[in-house]
Design a protein around this ligand. Structure first.
Ligand code: NAP
Length: 230
C-alpha cells in the first residue's frame, strides 16, 4: 500500500494515477476535500482519500491512524510499504517584496509538513521496510534569484532528511530524496508567480519518470533522484 500526500493536485495526483493503473493499493491525501474527492472519483475503485493539513501534528497523526484502519481491513500483504510526500507550495519574488505572512505559510507548507510527516512515519514504522520518498525541488540543490525563501524552505527539508537518514542507519526504513525541475501544475498559479509553463514537464511525465526511478533490490535502492526539465 502506498500513501501519497499532495495528491489533490499536480505531481501527487499524477503519481496516484500511475500506481493505481499498476494495480497498487493507493491512499491519497490533500487538504482540499473537494479536489481530493474529484481525484479519487476519477481513479475509481480501490482508492482511499484522507483529508489532512500536514502543518498540524494532530492532523498528521490522525492521517496515519486512518491509514492503519485501512490496513487492518486489507490482507496482510497490502501493508504500507511506501510513503510519497508531494505536498508543498511556492511563493516567489525579490526578498524585499515578500510578505511575512506568505513567507510563514510557505515555510509551514514545505518545512513543517515534511518534518511532521517524516517524524510520524519514523515513529510508527522505523522497524519496517517502508520507503519514505520526499519530493523537494532542484531549488534544494542550487540558489535561485527571486526564489530565496522557496530555496530556504527546500534546503531546510534537504538538511532535515539527510540528517534523519543518518538516524535511520541500520533500519529497514529508507529515505529517498527527489529533486524535480519545473512542472506544469497548479503550483504556479497558487504561488502567485506569472510564468509561461508550457515548456515545463507535465505532471504525468514527471510521475512516470519518478515511478521508474523508484526501484530497489534486496541489497540496494536508488537514494537520490533529480528530474531535470529538458
Ligand atoms: N510544479 C513545479 O514546477 C515544481 C518544481 C519542483 C518541485 N515542486 C515541488 O513538488 C511538490 C508538488 O508540487 P506540484 O507541482 O504537484 O504542486 P500542486 O499542484 O500545487 O500540488 C501541491 C499539493 O500539496 C498539497 N498541500 C500544500 N500544502 C499542504 C498542507 N499544508 N497540507 C497538506 N497538503 C498540502 C496541496 O493540497 P490542497 O490543494 O488540497 O491544498 C496539493 O495537493 C511540491 O513540494 C513542490 O514544491 C514543484
Amino acid at each position: 500500500m502506498i500513501l501519497i500526500t499532495g495528491a489533490s493536485s499536480g505531481l501527487g495526483a499524477a503519481l496516484a494515477k500511475c500506481y493505481h493503473n499498476d494495480n497498487q493499493q493507493v491512499i491519497i491525501s490533500g487538504r482540499n476535500t473537494t479536489r481530493l474527492d474529484a481525484i479519487r472519483q476519477g481513479l475509481g475503485a480501490n482508492i482511499c482519500a484522507i483529508t489532512a493539513d500536514l502543518t498540524s501534528a494532530a492532523s498528521v497523526s490522525a492521517l496515519f491512524d486512518q491509514v492503519e484502519l485501512v490496513q487492518q481491513t486489507q490482507q496482510a500483504q497490502l501493508r504500507l510499504h511506501t510513503v510519497i510526500h508531494c505536498a508543498g507550495s511556492g511563493y516567489f519574488g525579490a526578498i524585499e517584496t515578500q510578505r511575512p505572512e506568505a513567507i510563514s505559510e510557505l515555510l509551514q507548507n514545505n518545512i513543517m509538513s515534511a518534518i511532521l510527516l517524516v517524524r510520524e512515519t519514523v515513529k510508527r514504522y522505523k522497524d519496517q521496510a517502508v520507503n519514505v520518498v520526499v519530493v523537494m525541488s532542484t531549488a534544494a540543490l542550487s540558489a535561485k534569484a527571486g526564489e530565496s525563501t522557496y530555496c530556504a524552505a527546500k534546503w531546510a527539508v534537504r538538511g532535515f532528511i539527510e540528517s534523519v537518514r543518518l538516524e535511520l542507519k541500520g533500519s529497514p526504513m529508507k529515505i529517498i530524496a527527489v529533486y524535480p525541475g519545473g512542472m506544469d501544475t497548479g503550483f504556479w498559479p497558487t504561488s502567485g508567480k506569472a510564468l509561461d509553463t508550457s515548456s515545463f514537464m507535465e505532471a504525468d511525465e514527471a510521475a512516470n519518470m519518478l515511478k521508474q526511478a523508484l526501484v530497489s533490490s534486496q541489497h540496494g535502492y536508488i537514494a537520490d533522484i533529480t528530474i531535470n526539465r529538458g
